[in-house]
Design a protein around this ligand. Structure first.
Ligand code: FES
Ligand code: FES
Length: 155
């Protein structure tokens, strides 16, 4: 089946099985390996990308569900050479350890804060459920808090 995706601003026509997970279309067909495979059952969040601006777990999303839509991966999050503000906060708070889960975490947090700029702790707990084996959760929380504070100051 041919599907058309706009990935990081570029349109692609891909000849893939409709039930191929979007993750594999991105990694294997387009070579965008920044998005990681962790569990394959939508549990860990390592494979998170944005579909029309919303964070989704691409390991269980059929490619056909993304037909005609806009996909952003970690490779496309920075714009014009400037890191996204979530990436900047990650650097400032030295969040990553081994790094494996971090592209998914950054995409999850960027998608979440776009919808919920000043979240409560409960909202963060409910929305950012990515698993990090290195235990970076405290720094993740600090970075989210700083970002939501900056958002409050800008309002
Ligand atoms: S690899 Fe997709 S949620 Fe774990
Ligand atoms: S930084 Fe190592 S798994 Fe998250």
């Amino acid at each position: 089946m041919a599907i058309t995706l706009t990935v990081n601003g570029t349109s692609h026509s891909l000849d893939v099985e409709p039930d191929m997970p979007l993750l594999w279309a991105l990694r294997e067909t387009l070579g965008l390996t920044g998005t990681k495979f962790g569990c394959g059952i939508a549990a860990c969040g390592a494979c998170t990308v944005h579909l029309d601006g919303r964070a989704v777990r691409s390991c269980t999303l059929p490619s056909s569900a993304a037909d005609g839509k806009r996909v952003t991966t970690i490779e496309g999050l920075a714009e014009n050479g400037t890191l996204h503000r979530v990436q900047q906060a990650w650097v400032a708070h030295q969040v990553p350890q081994c790094g494996y889960c971090q592209s998914g975490l950054i995409m999850a947090v960027a998608g979440f804060l776009a919808q919920t700029p000043q979240p409560s702790d409960d909202e963060i707990d409910a929305a950012v459920t990515n698993i990090c084996r290195c235990g970076t959760f405290v720094r993740v929380r600090q970075a989210i808090r700083e970002l939501s504070k900056a958002e409050g100051a800008a309002v």
